[in-house]
Write a protein that binds this ligand. Sequence first.
Ligand SMILES: [Zn+2]
Length: 246
Amino acid sequence: MGAKNFLISKLQKNYGYILGGLGMVLFFLLTTLSQGYGKDTDNKAVTTWLLIGYTVVIDPGHGGADPGTVGFRGTLEKNISLTVAKRLTYFFQQAGAHVLLTRKSDQDLSDPGLFDFYTVRSQDLSRRVNLVNKYKAQFLLSIHLNHFPDPVEYGAQVFYQTGSGDGKKLAEAIQKELNNYLIDSGRQALAGDFYLCRETKAPAVIIELGFLSNPEEERKLNDPMYQMKAAWAIYAGVVKYLNLLS
Ligand SMILES: [Zn+2]
């Protein structure tokens, strides 16, 4: 056996140990997770599939040529909205929901090659709405980030369509959890007139996660852990709105 072959053989043996070790770690993790951390494993099983049978449309705002608002340090709304939407998708899928994302990458929903801003915008928005109505989704969650000329403004803000009782309840439930998990600005859900919320048959909310015009909040909104908390807060708000925990 040459030095080279000896080395390969030694490496193969070591790989065997490494793989065996990894397998044991994986086995330990799976058995621990499947048993749950507490004694109340029945409840854990129920909450795992809490949203089975539900269809939700998650809408990361903007995309493609439309960056949305731009932060103090240059953060683009379209990128953070997509990242949080993907994390939110994960939570919903873990709960058994059928999730439709209006976009999965940096693009809008209009036909390529269009240049007229108003045509692009109306085609993009109407296709986001159509997705909700076509698949009879139970609700639409549109993810955005806010901007205001005065940089002191901060905090998440949820909007719903004026006159929509379910939209109001959904918005209030999500607003409450966002205030719990993110910076608590004490903001309350607000009504308004929004094409996206008005034209969808299901309750729809526009969720502004925070102000990119506030330098400190912009920094937080770029933090993966803060993004995870934002997604979790939205998910928790929906679960409470549906009254599935009582
Ligand atoms: Zn926006």
